[in-house]
Write a protein that binds this ligand. Structure first.
Ligand SMILES: Nc1ncnc2c1ncn2[C@@H]1O[C@H](COP(=O)(O)OP(=O)(O)OP(=O)(O)O)[C@@H](O)[C@H]1O
Ligand SMILES: [Mg+2]
Length: 482
């Protein structure tokens, strides 16, 4: 009798068989032809990450967490916080461990040596620093720290996001650390003022958003500050671009082309901008404008500015545009704006057009063409009413080069395109790509296979390069054959 629940007889095509977890004996017996005709869908990716560890381990951590909170309260009561500022590290650690032992003893709590060392370390971090975040901040392999509520912290290592086994005790604990960070820079975050940007003492960029806007607990994002920024040689060694591209970029920066680094979030824009700045002559006066000072220029003559958001009363804002306007009165040879995202675009383009050649900035865009549209949009949003052709001609005469930074799906960061802006053709800005990253495939373990190549187009600026003493061989414009 017909039944909807009956198994399909062997050999009949099964609609969704391709992503079935394991072939049943029936399916295995199906003729090979039927199988190879089916469009193979890749198995769905496993969950991005799952906190591993046994139940026992979790319980142990929970217990330690509870003891820690209690001890922390006791410590705050027993420690002279004012004296703490000047206490030597060793002294403070001894003090903390003594108070902890005392409390553990009076409460009849027995911990093994490993747990006790761990507890003392965490208490020290809690009292002097940023609690659970300290371990991650100290870990040099971690680039980004992303907190999604107290129980989930993701970190980026080697271009890949992974979940960390470090957690906060609860939302209150997380909020306390957030408060500690933002109050250190004279800001406040609460229900009425639910998000904040700040800079940690070590220079890391910090952003937090708290409930109720953050639905499942506070969201924190930290871009770790790298003491040793990646330089041109590091980036070439990492395969972010080639030696030929580096030679071309050196010519472009040294001959004062205006450069925009475009890319998605976390794609390596600031790193690229910083590396490119190393080509600037040491004799030049450089002014930098950023929301959070991240750039580390090697030159002697550098003036750094950091814009400031309005304070709690909505006063005291110094926007990137204010900084830029003022910078123009400070006799700069070059201006570097960390990121152009608003009205400052007008002044940036004007600066590029009027004698501050060799200026550089970054924008959020996915390709050179997209970057141009972003600039057009920013100009429109800034309330400048200009015919589109005039806007484009302003952009095309200001910007010479767009360098595209990308974070590819395997986590690698590469300069996927270098494009020159060559002028206008009718209403359209004309561009030519000089170098690109040519993807050819994917290895079985999802690593990208590809190579950098020139496009065969000679630089629009090659004569300028030659006149300035950067006589690049024509071979660097020849496509790579593999
Ligand atoms: N080519 C590279 N290889 C390896 N790591 C890189 C590379 N480029 C950048 N990084 C690292 O990636 C992280 C993000 O880089 P960066 O801050 O330059 O990105 P961004 O595009 O400016 O990000 P955002 O959009 O948040 O400003 C940094 O920790 C940096 O050190
Ligand atoms: Mg950046």
């Amino acid at each position: 009798m017909f039944s909807r629940y009956k198994k399909q007889p062997a050999g009949q095509p099964v609609e969704t068989a391709t992503n079935a977890p394991a072939p049943t004996p029936d399916a295995a017996a199906a003729p090979a032809a039927a199988k190879s005709n089916a469009i193979a869908r890749k198995p769905l990716q496993k969950k991005a990450a799952e906190v591993t560890g046994s139940d026992r381990e979790r319980k142990r951590k929970e217990r330690l967490g509870e003891i820690k909170i209690e001890l922390h309260r006791e410590l705050l009561e027993n420690l002279n916080l004012a004296a703490l500022e000047n206490a030597a590290e060793a002294e403070l650690r001894t003090e903390i461990s003594a108070i902890a032992s005392e409390v553990l003893e009076t409460r009849n709590i027995v911990l093994n040596r490993e747990d006790r060392t761990q507890l003392n370390k965490e208490l020290y971090d809690e009292v002097t620093g940023l609690g659970p975040l300290e371990t991650l901040l100290r870990d040099d392999t971690v680039n980004d720290i992303l907190v999604n509520g107290p129980q989930q912290i993701f970190v980026e290592r080697f271009g890949k996001l992974e979940v960390s086994d470090i957690t906060f005790k609860d939302e209150k604990h997380l909020m306390r650390i957030i408060d500690k960070i933002v109050s250190a820079v004279g800001r406040r975050v609460d229900e009425s003022n639910p998000y904040v940007d700040a800079r940690l003492a070590d220079g890391s960029r910090f952003n937090a958003m708290v409930p109720p806007i953050a639905v499942d607990g506070s969201l924190v994002s930290i871009r770790k500050f790298k003491k040793d920024k990646l330089g041109i040689d590091d980036l070439v060694n990492f395969g972010a671009f080639t030696e030929e591209m580096a030679a071309y970029l050196q010519a472009a920066v040294s001959t004062r082309l205006n450069v925009i680094v475009s890319g998605g979030t976390g794609s390596g824009k600031t790193t690229t901008l910083n590396a490119l700045s190393s080509f600037i002559d040491d004799a030049e006066r450089i002014l930098t404008i950023e929301d959070t000072a991240e750039l580390q220029l090697q030159q002697t003559h550098v003036g750094r500015m950091e814009s400031r958001p309005p304070n709690v009363e909505g006063k005291g804002e110094v926007s990137p545009r204010d900084c830029l306007k003022n910078a123009l009165r400070m006799r700069p040879d070059r201006i570097i704006v960390g990121e152009t995202r608003g009205a400052e675009v007008i002044d940036m383009l004007q600066a590029m057009n009027t004698g501050h050649d060799g200026s550089m900035t970054t924008i959020h865009a996915n390709s050179a063409r997209d970057g141009i549209s972003r600039l057009e949009n920013m100009i429109a949003m800034a309330g400048i009413e200009m015919p589109i052709k005039a806007v484009r001609s302003q952009i095309s005469s200001a910007v010479n080069l767009i360098v595209q930074a990308s974070r590819l799906q395997d986590g690698s960061r590469r300069m996927t395109s270098i494009t020159e802006i060559t002028g206008m053709e009718g209403d359209v800005i004309s561009m030519q790509e000089i170098f690109r990253f040519q993807r050819v495939g994917l290895t079985p373990d999802n690593k990208i296979i590809g190579h950098f190549t020139a496009t065969g187009v000679r630089s629009h600026y090659s004569e300028r390069f030659r006149l300035w003493g950067f006589d690049l061989p024509s071979s660097i414009y020849e496509p790579t054959t593999v």
